[in-house]
Design a binder for this molecule. Structure first.
Ligand SMILES: [Zn+2]
Length: 555
Protein backbone atom coordinates (compact mmCIF):
# COMPACT_ATOMS: atom_id res chain seq x y z
CA UNK A 1 0.00 0.00 0.00
CA UNK A 2 1.48 3.35 -1.04
CA UNK A 3 2.11 5.70 1.88
CA UNK A 4 0.26 9.00 1.92
CA UNK A 5 0.45 11.34 4.90
CA UNK A 6 -2.94 12.79 5.76
CA UNK A 7 -1.29 15.65 7.64
CA UNK A 8 2.21 16.57 8.64
CA UNK A 9 3.28 18.20 11.92
CA UNK A 10 5.03 21.58 11.77
CA UNK A 11 8.79 21.06 12.03
CA UNK A 12 10.61 22.80 14.87
CA UNK A 13 13.93 24.65 14.71
CA UNK A 14 16.93 22.31 14.66
CA UNK A 15 14.65 19.26 14.86
CA UNK A 16 15.92 16.00 13.35
CA UNK A 17 13.87 14.29 10.66
CA UNK A 18 13.56 11.21 12.88
CA UNK A 19 12.05 13.45 15.53
CA UNK A 20 9.31 14.98 13.40
CA UNK A 21 8.38 11.54 12.02
CA UNK A 22 8.25 10.14 15.56
CA UNK A 23 5.90 12.97 16.52
CA UNK A 24 3.78 12.15 13.46
CA UNK A 25 3.57 8.50 14.57
CA UNK A 26 2.64 9.62 18.09
CA UNK A 27 -0.09 11.86 16.71
CA UNK A 28 -1.32 8.88 14.67
CA UNK A 29 -1.78 7.04 17.93
CA UNK A 30 1.41 5.14 18.71
CA UNK A 31 5.03 4.50 17.96
CA UNK A 32 4.53 1.60 15.55
CA UNK A 33 6.19 2.32 12.23
CA UNK A 34 4.00 -0.22 10.46
CA UNK A 35 0.78 1.44 11.59
CA UNK A 36 1.91 5.04 11.08
CA UNK A 37 3.60 4.53 7.72
CA UNK A 38 1.19 2.02 6.17
CA UNK A 39 3.84 -0.69 5.96
CA UNK A 40 5.87 1.41 3.48
CA UNK A 41 9.32 -0.21 3.23
CA UNK A 42 11.06 3.10 2.51
CA UNK A 43 9.91 4.33 5.94
CA UNK A 44 12.58 2.15 7.59
CA UNK A 45 15.21 4.27 5.79
CA UNK A 46 13.86 7.74 6.45
CA UNK A 47 12.55 7.31 9.99
CA UNK A 48 15.71 5.93 11.67
CA UNK A 49 17.47 7.95 14.30
CA UNK A 50 20.74 8.12 12.33
CA UNK A 51 22.97 10.88 10.97
CA UNK A 52 22.02 10.29 7.33
CA UNK A 53 18.45 9.13 6.74
CA UNK A 54 17.75 8.04 3.14
CA UNK A 55 14.84 7.52 0.68
CA UNK A 56 13.98 11.20 1.24
CA UNK A 57 12.63 11.38 -2.33
CA UNK A 58 9.99 8.79 -1.40
CA UNK A 59 9.21 10.67 1.80
CA UNK A 60 8.65 14.02 0.06
CA UNK A 61 6.37 12.40 -2.52
CA UNK A 62 4.18 11.02 0.26
CA UNK A 63 3.76 14.38 2.00
CA UNK A 64 0.35 16.00 1.81
CA UNK A 65 0.01 18.78 -0.75
CA UNK A 66 0.77 22.18 0.69
CA UNK A 67 3.58 20.87 2.92
CA UNK A 68 6.42 23.28 2.42
CA UNK A 69 9.26 20.74 2.61
CA UNK A 70 11.59 19.75 -0.21
CA UNK A 71 14.36 17.14 -0.07
CA UNK A 72 16.92 19.98 -0.10
CA UNK A 73 15.22 21.72 2.84
CA UNK A 74 14.99 18.50 4.84
CA UNK A 75 18.70 17.82 4.30
CA UNK A 76 19.70 21.40 5.14
CA UNK A 77 17.48 22.01 8.17
CA UNK A 78 16.72 18.58 9.63
CA UNK A 79 19.80 16.39 9.09
CA UNK A 80 23.40 16.88 10.17
CA UNK A 81 24.84 17.01 6.64
CA UNK A 82 25.46 20.81 6.90
CA UNK A 83 27.82 20.03 9.80
CA UNK A 84 29.88 17.76 7.53
CA UNK A 85 29.55 19.86 4.34
CA UNK A 86 32.42 22.38 4.88
CA UNK A 87 34.91 19.52 5.16
CA UNK A 88 33.73 17.47 2.19
CA UNK A 89 34.63 17.95 -1.46
CA UNK A 90 31.93 19.22 -3.82
CA UNK A 91 31.68 15.71 -5.30
CA UNK A 92 31.23 14.13 -1.89
CA UNK A 93 28.55 16.65 -0.96
CA UNK A 94 26.61 16.11 -4.20
CA UNK A 95 26.93 12.34 -3.77
CA UNK A 96 25.69 12.58 -0.18
CA UNK A 97 22.65 14.60 -1.25
CA UNK A 98 21.68 12.24 -4.06
CA UNK A 99 22.36 9.22 -1.89
CA UNK A 100 20.06 10.54 0.86
CA UNK A 101 17.40 11.29 -1.73
CA UNK A 102 17.77 7.71 -2.99
CA UNK A 103 18.60 4.47 -1.22
CA UNK A 104 21.61 5.66 0.77
CA UNK A 105 23.89 2.92 -0.51
CA UNK A 106 27.58 3.41 0.16
CA UNK A 107 27.11 6.84 1.71
CA UNK A 108 28.80 6.21 5.03
CA UNK A 109 31.71 4.57 3.25
CA UNK A 110 32.12 7.40 0.77
CA UNK A 111 32.11 10.01 3.56
CA UNK A 112 34.55 7.97 5.61
CA UNK A 113 32.08 7.81 8.50
CA UNK A 114 32.21 4.02 8.88
CA UNK A 115 35.93 4.18 9.50
CA UNK A 116 35.69 7.11 11.93
CA UNK A 117 36.20 6.15 15.55
CA UNK A 118 34.85 9.55 16.55
CA UNK A 119 31.46 8.72 15.07
CA UNK A 120 31.60 5.29 16.71
CA UNK A 121 31.95 6.86 20.16
CA UNK A 122 28.97 9.14 19.64
CA UNK A 123 25.48 8.37 21.02
CA UNK A 124 21.87 9.53 21.08
CA UNK A 125 21.67 12.52 23.43
CA UNK A 126 19.24 15.15 24.68
CA UNK A 127 19.10 18.08 27.12
CA UNK A 128 16.59 17.88 29.99
CA UNK A 129 16.23 21.66 30.09
CA UNK A 130 15.49 21.84 26.36
CA UNK A 131 12.99 19.00 26.83
CA UNK A 132 10.97 20.96 29.41
CA UNK A 133 11.34 24.23 27.56
CA UNK A 134 10.19 22.67 24.29
CA UNK A 135 7.11 21.20 25.95
CA UNK A 136 6.29 24.64 27.40
CA UNK A 137 7.06 26.51 24.21
CA UNK A 138 5.88 24.29 21.35
CA UNK A 139 3.89 21.63 23.17
CA UNK A 140 6.19 18.67 22.47
CA UNK A 141 9.62 17.33 23.36
CA UNK A 142 11.83 16.74 20.34
CA UNK A 143 15.30 15.62 19.31
CA UNK A 144 17.67 18.49 18.52
CA UNK A 145 20.27 18.04 15.77
CA UNK A 146 22.97 19.82 17.72
CA UNK A 147 22.73 17.41 20.67
CA UNK A 148 23.37 14.47 18.32
CA UNK A 149 26.65 15.88 16.99
CA UNK A 150 29.80 14.06 18.10
CA UNK A 151 31.69 15.92 20.80
CA UNK A 152 28.61 17.87 21.92
CA UNK A 153 28.31 16.78 25.55
CA UNK A 154 26.74 19.98 26.87
CA UNK A 155 23.73 21.88 25.55
CA UNK A 156 24.91 24.99 23.70
CA UNK A 157 21.75 26.80 24.85
CA UNK A 158 21.83 25.88 28.54
CA UNK A 159 25.48 24.96 29.12
CA UNK A 160 24.22 21.84 30.92
CA UNK A 161 25.57 18.33 30.49
CA UNK A 162 23.35 16.26 28.22
CA UNK A 163 21.68 12.96 28.97
CA UNK A 164 22.76 10.01 26.88
CA UNK A 165 20.79 6.93 25.84
CA UNK A 166 22.46 3.81 27.23
CA UNK A 167 25.04 2.79 24.60
CA UNK A 168 23.98 -0.87 24.91
CA UNK A 169 20.49 -0.15 23.67
CA UNK A 170 21.08 2.84 21.39
CA UNK A 171 21.27 0.85 18.14
CA UNK A 172 17.93 -0.84 18.93
CA UNK A 173 16.38 2.42 20.07
CA UNK A 174 17.57 4.24 16.93
CA UNK A 175 15.19 2.05 14.92
CA UNK A 176 12.21 2.93 17.12
CA UNK A 177 10.05 6.02 16.80
CA UNK A 178 10.89 7.48 20.18
CA UNK A 179 10.94 10.99 21.57
CA UNK A 180 13.11 12.20 24.46
CA UNK A 181 10.20 12.26 26.92
CA UNK A 182 9.15 8.64 26.17
CA UNK A 183 9.37 6.36 29.18
CA UNK A 184 11.74 3.99 27.40
CA UNK A 185 14.20 6.80 26.66
CA UNK A 186 13.92 8.24 30.16
CA UNK A 187 14.61 4.88 31.81
CA UNK A 188 17.45 3.98 29.46
CA UNK A 189 19.29 7.28 29.60
CA UNK A 190 21.88 8.56 32.03
CA UNK A 191 23.28 11.97 32.79
CA UNK A 192 26.73 12.48 31.26
CA UNK A 193 29.23 12.83 34.04
CA UNK A 194 32.09 15.27 33.52
CA UNK A 195 34.18 17.42 35.78
CA UNK A 196 32.85 20.98 36.11
CA UNK A 197 36.25 22.31 34.94
CA UNK A 198 35.51 20.93 31.50
CA UNK A 199 32.13 22.65 31.13
CA UNK A 200 33.43 25.85 29.62
CA UNK A 201 35.50 24.18 26.91
CA UNK A 202 32.73 21.70 26.13
CA UNK A 203 30.36 24.62 25.81
CA UNK A 204 32.74 26.35 23.41
CA UNK A 205 32.86 23.20 21.26
CA UNK A 206 29.06 22.85 21.39
CA UNK A 207 28.64 26.47 20.25
CA UNK A 208 31.08 25.98 17.40
CA UNK A 209 29.25 22.82 16.35
CA UNK A 210 25.92 24.63 16.41
CA UNK A 211 27.47 27.44 14.41
CA UNK A 212 28.40 24.99 11.64
CA UNK A 213 24.79 23.81 11.45
CA UNK A 214 23.55 27.40 11.34
CA UNK A 215 26.04 28.70 8.79
CA UNK A 216 25.11 26.09 6.15
CA UNK A 217 28.53 26.45 4.51
CA UNK A 218 29.50 24.89 1.20
CA UNK A 219 32.70 22.83 1.03
CA UNK A 220 35.68 24.93 2.14
CA UNK A 221 38.89 24.87 0.21
CA UNK A 222 41.10 22.32 1.97
CA UNK A 223 44.33 24.34 1.40
CA UNK A 224 42.61 27.47 2.77
CA UNK A 225 41.55 25.63 5.93
CA UNK A 226 45.07 24.30 6.35
CA UNK A 227 46.54 27.77 5.82
CA UNK A 228 44.29 29.27 8.50
CA UNK A 229 45.06 26.50 10.97
CA UNK A 230 48.77 27.01 10.33
CA UNK A 231 48.38 30.75 10.89
CA UNK A 232 46.75 29.91 14.20
CA UNK A 233 49.66 27.64 15.12
CA UNK A 234 52.18 30.31 14.10
CA UNK A 235 50.38 32.94 16.20
CA UNK A 236 50.72 30.69 19.22
CA UNK A 237 54.42 30.10 18.47
CA UNK A 238 53.77 26.48 17.57
CA UNK A 239 55.08 26.84 14.04
CA UNK A 240 57.85 28.77 12.43
CA UNK A 241 57.72 30.32 8.99
CA UNK A 242 55.00 29.24 6.64
CA UNK A 243 54.59 25.60 7.46
CA UNK A 244 57.31 24.32 9.81
CA UNK A 245 55.53 22.93 12.82
CA UNK A 246 57.28 22.76 16.16
CA UNK A 247 56.00 19.29 17.03
CA UNK A 248 57.20 19.33 20.63
CA UNK A 249 55.46 22.61 21.45
CA UNK A 250 52.37 21.61 19.52
CA UNK A 251 52.18 18.34 21.48
CA UNK A 252 52.49 20.22 24.79
CA UNK A 253 49.86 22.77 23.71
CA UNK A 254 47.39 20.05 22.70
CA UNK A 255 48.02 18.12 25.93
CA UNK A 256 47.16 21.24 27.97
CA UNK A 257 44.11 21.85 25.78
CA UNK A 258 42.83 18.31 26.36
CA UNK A 259 43.26 18.70 30.12
CA UNK A 260 40.19 20.94 30.07
CA UNK A 261 38.16 18.26 28.27
CA UNK A 262 36.82 14.97 29.64
CA UNK A 263 38.81 11.80 29.02
CA UNK A 264 35.71 9.93 27.91
CA UNK A 265 33.44 9.60 24.89
CA UNK A 266 34.77 11.12 21.66
CA UNK A 267 37.55 12.91 23.53
CA UNK A 268 39.09 9.63 24.64
CA UNK A 269 39.68 8.90 20.95
CA UNK A 270 40.93 12.37 20.03
CA UNK A 271 43.39 12.83 22.90
CA UNK A 272 45.37 9.65 22.17
CA UNK A 273 48.88 10.70 21.12
CA UNK A 274 52.36 9.20 21.15
CA UNK A 275 54.55 10.54 23.96
CA UNK A 276 56.08 13.91 23.05
CA UNK A 277 54.19 14.15 19.75
CA UNK A 278 50.83 15.55 18.78
CA UNK A 279 48.11 13.07 17.76
CA UNK A 280 48.44 11.88 14.17
CA UNK A 281 45.14 13.50 13.19
CA UNK A 282 46.49 16.88 14.36
CA UNK A 283 49.57 16.77 12.12
CA UNK A 284 47.48 15.36 9.26
CA UNK A 285 45.11 18.34 9.35
CA UNK A 286 48.04 20.74 9.45
CA UNK A 287 50.09 19.01 6.78
CA UNK A 288 47.87 16.99 4.49
CA UNK A 289 44.21 17.89 4.73
CA UNK A 290 43.35 15.84 1.62
CA UNK A 291 40.88 13.05 2.26
CA UNK A 292 37.97 13.27 4.66
CA UNK A 293 38.44 14.08 8.31
CA UNK A 294 35.67 14.26 10.86
CA UNK A 295 34.29 17.80 11.49
CA UNK A 296 34.89 17.37 15.23
CA UNK A 297 38.65 17.17 14.54
CA UNK A 298 38.51 20.51 12.72
CA UNK A 299 36.39 22.01 15.49
CA UNK A 300 38.71 20.80 18.24
CA UNK A 301 41.91 21.83 16.44
CA UNK A 302 40.56 25.23 15.41
CA UNK A 303 39.44 25.85 19.00
CA UNK A 304 42.87 24.82 20.30
CA UNK A 305 44.60 27.10 17.77
CA UNK A 306 42.11 29.96 18.34
CA UNK A 307 40.99 30.02 14.70
CA UNK A 308 37.38 30.82 13.83
CA UNK A 309 36.25 28.38 11.13
CA UNK A 310 33.46 30.77 10.17
CA UNK A 311 36.08 33.34 9.12
CA UNK A 312 37.83 31.17 6.57
CA UNK A 313 37.12 32.85 3.26
CA UNK A 314 34.92 30.72 1.07
CA UNK A 315 35.96 30.08 -2.51
CA UNK A 316 39.42 31.66 -2.17
CA UNK A 317 42.15 29.22 -3.02
CA UNK A 318 45.52 30.25 -1.56
CA UNK A 319 47.20 28.79 -4.63
CA UNK A 320 44.47 28.29 -7.20
CA UNK A 321 45.15 26.42 -10.43
CA UNK A 322 46.39 28.71 -13.19
CA UNK A 323 43.58 29.55 -15.53
CA UNK A 324 42.40 32.20 -17.87
CA UNK A 325 41.28 34.41 -15.03
CA UNK A 326 43.53 36.34 -12.71
CA UNK A 327 44.54 34.52 -9.56
CA UNK A 328 44.89 35.84 -6.05
CA UNK A 329 47.99 36.23 -3.97
CA UNK A 330 47.96 36.88 -0.29
CA UNK A 331 50.07 39.92 0.45
CA UNK A 332 49.70 39.77 4.23
CA UNK A 333 50.10 36.08 4.80
CA UNK A 334 51.60 36.46 8.27
CA UNK A 335 48.31 37.49 9.85
CA UNK A 336 45.05 35.62 9.79
CA UNK A 337 41.97 37.79 9.57
CA UNK A 338 40.92 40.18 6.86
CA UNK A 339 43.63 40.11 4.25
CA UNK A 340 44.49 42.34 1.37
CA UNK A 341 44.53 40.25 -1.75
CA UNK A 342 45.33 41.48 -5.24
CA UNK A 343 45.61 39.51 -8.43
CA UNK A 344 49.12 38.59 -9.46
CA UNK A 345 50.54 41.02 -11.97
CA UNK A 346 47.66 43.50 -11.67
CA UNK A 347 48.45 47.19 -11.37
CA UNK A 348 46.73 50.53 -11.61
CA UNK A 349 42.96 50.86 -11.50
CA UNK A 350 41.98 47.14 -11.43
CA UNK A 351 44.41 46.51 -8.55
CA UNK A 352 43.00 49.52 -6.70
CA UNK A 353 39.46 48.17 -7.14
CA UNK A 354 40.58 44.81 -5.72
CA UNK A 355 42.39 46.39 -2.83
CA UNK A 356 39.27 48.27 -1.75
CA UNK A 357 36.95 45.35 -2.48
CA UNK A 358 38.94 42.83 -0.51
CA UNK A 359 39.09 45.09 2.51
CA UNK A 360 35.30 44.87 2.46
CA UNK A 361 34.24 48.18 0.87
CA UNK A 362 30.86 48.47 -0.84
CA UNK A 363 30.65 48.82 -4.63
CA UNK A 364 29.30 52.38 -4.47
CA UNK A 365 32.16 53.57 -2.30
CA UNK A 366 34.77 51.89 -4.50
CA UNK A 367 33.23 53.45 -7.62
CA UNK A 368 33.05 56.87 -5.92
CA UNK A 369 36.60 56.74 -4.56
CA UNK A 370 38.20 55.67 -7.82
CA UNK A 371 35.87 57.56 -10.15
CA UNK A 372 34.77 54.48 -12.07
CA UNK A 373 31.33 53.06 -12.84
CA UNK A 374 29.60 50.45 -10.70
CA UNK A 375 29.63 48.09 -13.68
CA UNK A 376 33.41 48.44 -13.87
CA UNK A 377 33.72 47.52 -10.19
CA UNK A 378 31.57 44.40 -10.55
CA UNK A 379 33.32 43.37 -13.79
CA UNK A 380 36.79 43.73 -12.26
CA UNK A 381 35.87 41.65 -9.20
CA UNK A 382 34.23 38.98 -11.33
CA UNK A 383 37.42 38.69 -13.41
CA UNK A 384 39.30 37.51 -10.32
CA UNK A 385 39.26 33.81 -9.53
CA UNK A 386 37.12 33.47 -6.40
CA UNK A 387 36.66 37.27 -6.43
CA UNK A 388 32.91 37.59 -5.74
CA UNK A 389 32.95 35.22 -2.78
CA UNK A 390 36.13 36.77 -1.36
CA UNK A 391 34.47 40.19 -1.65
CA UNK A 392 31.34 38.92 0.07
CA UNK A 393 33.43 37.46 2.88
CA UNK A 394 35.47 40.63 3.23
CA UNK A 395 32.29 42.72 3.50
CA UNK A 396 30.98 40.33 6.11
CA UNK A 397 34.22 40.60 8.12
CA UNK A 398 34.11 44.37 7.85
CA UNK A 399 30.50 44.50 8.97
CA UNK A 400 31.30 42.17 11.83
CA UNK A 401 34.22 44.34 12.89
CA UNK A 402 31.99 47.42 12.93
CA UNK A 403 29.24 45.69 14.84
CA UNK A 404 31.68 44.28 17.36
CA UNK A 405 33.08 47.78 17.92
CA UNK A 406 29.61 49.29 18.34
CA UNK A 407 28.75 46.58 20.83
CA UNK A 408 32.00 47.10 22.75
CA UNK A 409 31.35 50.84 23.00
CA UNK A 410 27.88 50.31 24.41
CA UNK A 411 28.93 47.43 26.61
CA UNK A 412 30.93 49.81 28.77
CA UNK A 413 27.71 51.36 30.04
CA UNK A 414 24.92 48.95 29.18
CA UNK A 415 23.85 45.39 29.78
CA UNK A 416 24.77 43.12 26.87
CA UNK A 417 21.27 42.71 25.47
CA UNK A 418 20.73 46.49 25.45
CA UNK A 419 23.83 47.14 23.35
CA UNK A 420 23.78 47.97 19.68
CA UNK A 421 24.02 44.95 17.37
CA UNK A 422 23.45 42.44 20.17
CA UNK A 423 20.82 40.60 18.10
CA UNK A 424 23.00 40.52 14.99
CA UNK A 425 26.04 39.29 16.93
CA UNK A 426 23.94 36.70 18.71
CA UNK A 427 22.79 35.40 15.34
CA UNK A 428 26.03 35.63 13.33
CA UNK A 429 28.90 35.82 15.80
CA UNK A 430 27.71 33.97 18.87
CA UNK A 431 31.05 32.49 19.92
CA UNK A 432 32.69 35.91 20.10
CA UNK A 433 29.68 37.42 21.87
CA UNK A 434 29.53 34.63 24.45
CA UNK A 435 33.27 34.86 25.09
CA UNK A 436 33.05 38.64 25.44
CA UNK A 437 30.21 38.44 27.94
CA UNK A 438 31.87 35.59 29.83
CA UNK A 439 35.18 37.49 30.05
CA UNK A 440 33.78 40.90 30.95
CA UNK A 441 30.56 39.93 32.68
CA UNK A 442 31.84 40.37 36.22
CA UNK A 443 33.69 43.64 35.53
CA UNK A 444 30.67 44.89 33.70
CA UNK A 445 28.24 43.92 36.41
CA UNK A 446 30.16 45.78 39.07
CA UNK A 447 30.55 48.84 36.90
CA UNK A 448 27.22 49.06 35.15
CA UNK A 449 25.12 50.23 38.03
CA UNK A 450 27.67 52.43 39.75
CA UNK A 451 26.63 56.04 40.20
CA UNK A 452 29.87 57.30 38.64
CA UNK A 453 29.27 55.48 35.37
CA UNK A 454 25.74 56.84 35.24
CA UNK A 455 26.94 60.39 35.74
CA UNK A 456 29.40 60.09 32.85
CA UNK A 457 26.81 58.44 30.69
CA UNK A 458 24.21 61.07 31.59
CA UNK A 459 26.22 63.99 30.31
CA UNK A 460 27.36 62.15 27.18
CA UNK A 461 23.88 60.99 26.34
CA UNK A 462 22.33 64.43 26.95
CA UNK A 463 24.74 65.88 24.40
CA UNK A 464 23.90 63.13 21.93
CA UNK A 465 20.18 63.74 22.43
CA UNK A 466 20.57 67.45 21.52
CA UNK A 467 22.66 66.66 18.45
CA UNK A 468 20.25 63.98 17.35
CA UNK A 469 17.26 66.32 17.65
CA UNK A 470 19.11 68.95 15.67
CA UNK A 471 19.88 66.42 12.96
CA UNK A 472 16.30 65.19 12.86
CA UNK A 473 14.99 68.71 12.38
CA UNK A 474 17.32 69.20 9.43
CA UNK A 475 16.77 65.81 7.88
CA UNK A 476 15.35 65.46 4.32
CA UNK A 477 12.74 67.87 3.24
CA UNK A 478 9.64 66.53 5.01
CA UNK A 479 9.63 67.39 8.72
CA UNK A 480 10.13 64.47 11.08
CA UNK A 481 8.39 64.37 14.45
CA UNK A 482 11.09 64.72 17.11
CA UNK A 483 9.96 62.48 19.97
CA UNK A 484 11.57 60.55 22.77
CA UNK A 485 10.86 57.27 20.94
CA UNK A 486 12.37 58.56 17.73
CA UNK A 487 15.54 59.79 19.43
CA UNK A 488 15.75 56.61 21.50
CA UNK A 489 15.63 54.51 18.36
CA UNK A 490 18.15 56.67 16.52
CA UNK A 491 20.62 56.41 19.41
CA UNK A 492 19.75 52.77 20.23
CA UNK A 493 18.89 53.70 23.81
CA UNK A 494 15.13 53.37 23.77
CA UNK A 495 15.00 50.81 26.55
CA UNK A 496 17.30 52.96 28.65
CA UNK A 497 14.90 55.90 28.19
CA UNK A 498 12.04 53.67 29.27
CA UNK A 499 13.72 52.19 32.32
CA UNK A 500 16.50 54.43 33.58
CA UNK A 501 15.55 58.01 32.86
CA UNK A 502 15.18 58.67 36.57
CA UNK A 503 18.93 58.07 36.95
CA UNK A 504 19.78 60.35 34.02
CA UNK A 505 18.56 63.86 34.96
CA UNK A 506 20.57 65.76 32.32
CA UNK A 507 19.33 63.46 29.66
CA UNK A 508 15.72 63.79 30.83
CA UNK A 509 16.02 67.58 30.72
CA UNK A 510 17.52 67.48 27.21
CA UNK A 511 14.64 65.33 26.04
CA UNK A 512 12.10 67.72 27.55
CA UNK A 513 13.71 70.62 25.72
CA UNK A 514 14.04 69.05 22.30
CA UNK A 515 10.95 66.86 21.93
CA UNK A 516 7.98 68.62 20.40
CA UNK A 517 4.28 68.27 21.22
CA UNK A 518 2.00 66.89 18.49
CA UNK A 519 0.47 70.32 17.71
CA UNK A 520 3.85 71.89 17.15
CA UNK A 521 4.90 69.06 14.85
CA UNK A 522 1.61 69.24 12.91
CA UNK A 523 2.09 72.94 12.44
CA UNK A 524 5.58 72.36 11.08
CA UNK A 525 4.29 69.70 8.70
CA UNK A 526 1.38 71.82 7.50
CA UNK A 527 3.62 74.83 6.84
CA UNK A 528 5.91 72.58 4.88
CA UNK A 529 2.96 71.11 2.94
CA UNK A 530 1.69 74.62 2.13
CA UNK A 531 5.12 75.64 0.80
CA UNK A 532 5.34 72.42 -1.22
CA UNK A 533 1.90 72.87 -2.81
CA UNK A 534 2.65 76.49 -3.64
CA UNK A 535 6.02 75.51 -5.07
CA UNK A 536 4.30 73.02 -7.35
CA UNK A 537 1.70 75.64 -8.20
CA UNK A 538 -1.15 73.47 -6.94
CA UNK A 539 -4.26 74.72 -5.18
CA UNK A 540 -3.87 75.02 -1.44
CA UNK A 541 -7.07 73.49 -0.05
CA UNK A 542 -7.61 72.08 3.40
CA UNK A 543 -7.76 68.48 2.16
CA UNK A 544 -4.71 68.88 -0.12
CA UNK A 545 -2.79 70.35 2.82
CA UNK A 546 -3.58 67.46 5.17
CA UNK A 547 -3.01 64.85 2.46
CA UNK A 548 0.40 66.30 1.55
CA UNK A 549 1.32 66.57 5.20
CA UNK A 550 0.17 62.96 5.81
CA UNK A 551 -1.87 64.11 8.80
CA UNK A 552 -5.43 63.05 9.41
CA UNK A 553 -7.73 66.03 9.05
CA UNK A 554 -9.16 67.24 12.33
CA UNK A 555 -6.23 66.32 14.55
ZN1 LIG B 1 19.32 22.66 26.47
Amino acid sequence: MALKFHFFPAVFPDETLHSVLSRYARLCGGSSRKAAFAGETAATSFTQNVAFPSRLGDLVESLPSGTDLSVAQIIKRHTVLPYFAPFLTNDQLQHAKSSMTGNGNGLMLKLGINASRVEGASRIRFCSECLHEDIDRVGAAYWHRVHQLPGVLVCPHHMKLLKVVDPGSSSRISRKLNLPDDEEIQTRSTQIDACSDTLQRLHQIALRSLQLLDLELNPLSAPAVRMWLLHGAANLDLATGAARLDLGRLAAHMAIFFKALPAAWEYSVLREAPAGFPATWVTKLLRKPRGTHHPLKYIVLSTALEVDLACIPRGVEPSPPAGKRATLIDVHSSQPGPREIVPKGWEGLPAAVCRLAFTGQEARLIAGTLGVSLAYVYRTIRAVHGGPSAWRDARFLRERRQRRTAFENDYRHLHAHQCRDYAWLYRCDRIWLTDRIANCGSVHASRADSAGAFAVLDSQLAEKVRKCAQRLRGVGERPVWVTRTRIGRELHVLSRFQKQLAKLPLCARALEEVCEPAEQFHLRRLLWAKAKLEGEQRRVTRSALYRTACIRSGV
